[in-house]
Design a protein around this ligand. Structure first.
Ligand code: OAD
Length: 241
């Protein structure tokens, strides 16, 4: 499955950085954003994941997020998540950058995680930004801010919004300092996350892409494996044993 160059780059790697996307959680039963039609009623994620959509119809957006949270709460981390935790424990330096908001990497035990697009289990006030703990059971009705009375929104990044403070600048530093970079389960179409593997490549890192489908980065990376991350990563960590 792996080339000689890959094995040698991995064995000598001192600093591994990984970027994951929705496809990484697909094997846990969580649908991806693209390529999946009819995910929820007749709306596409792009129509619901915007501040404008929340202003127009907050109940609908809250309902969509509650639907997703329930799906995630019923899911478990998969073999890919656990393999990354093992990888983290096997190398000198490891950092995981994820576009996923589902918390599954943390549930699988990975420690050094930067969430580029927030976390679906966090909320904050739409107006004043005060953080809010939703807790369990999930609240079917949108809570109001205890500070200013406005509506509480999901703590994720929506289209047209900035990434959490420092999340991208820190990630860019991690990507540039990597000697081995893994890009798994992302279509690499959403910027600025899709720039990170390019930063790593420009600094001479070995960049491995794991995705059953080709992406626009497939021809640029050092090696592209057209397989599922839950299949490839458990095999990849065997190289270090
Ligand atoms: P996408 O839904 O765009 O892409 C998922 C990718 O995962 C596709 O390229 C699939 O081929 C691949 N894939 C599917 N199953 C896989 C598996 N088992 N193993 C490995 N790869 C698999 O998801 P993202 O790239 O994460 O942003 O999308 C990026 C961002 O767009 C998301 O974070 C979200 C979305 O809009 C925001 O919400 C801001």
């Amino acid at each position: 499955m792996f080339s000689k160059e890959l094995k040698s780059a991995l064995r000598s790697a001192k600093n591994i950085v990984c970027l994951t996307g929705a496809g990484f959680s697909a094997e846990s039963g969580i649908p991806t954003f693209r390529g999946e039609k009819g995910l929820w009623k007749n709306y596409s994620p792009e129509e619901l994941a915007t501040p404008q959509a929340f202003l127009q119809n907050p109940e609908l957006v809250w309902e969509w997020y509650t639907f997703r949270k329930k799906l995630i709460l019923g899911a478990e981390p998969n073999a890919g998540h656990f393999a990354l935790t093992e990888l983290e424990n096997s190398v000198e330096k490891f950092h995981l950058i994820t576009q996923n908001v589902d918390n599954l990497h943390q549930r699988a035990g990975t420690q050094n995680v930067t969430e580029l697009h927030g976390n679906i289990f966090k909320c904050r006030c739409f107006r004043c930004g005060k953080d809010f703990e939703e807790g369990l059971p999930l609240q079917e009705e949108i809570p109001s801010c205890t500070f200013c009375g406005d509506l509480i929104r999901p703590g994720v990044v929506w289209f047209g919004e900035s990434l959490p403070f420092n999340a991208f600048s820190d990630s860019a530093i991690f990507a540039r300092s990597a000697d081995f970079f893994i890009l798994a389960g992302t279509s690499a179409v959403v910027y600025p996350a899709a720039e990170l593997p390019i930063y790593a490549l420009n600094e001479g890192a070995f960049v491995l892409e794991i995705n059953p489908e080709r992406t626009r980065l497939s021809t640029l990376v050092s090696e592209s494996i057209l397989e599922k991350s839950g299949t490839v990563l458990p095999e990849l960590i065997k190289i270090l044993k």
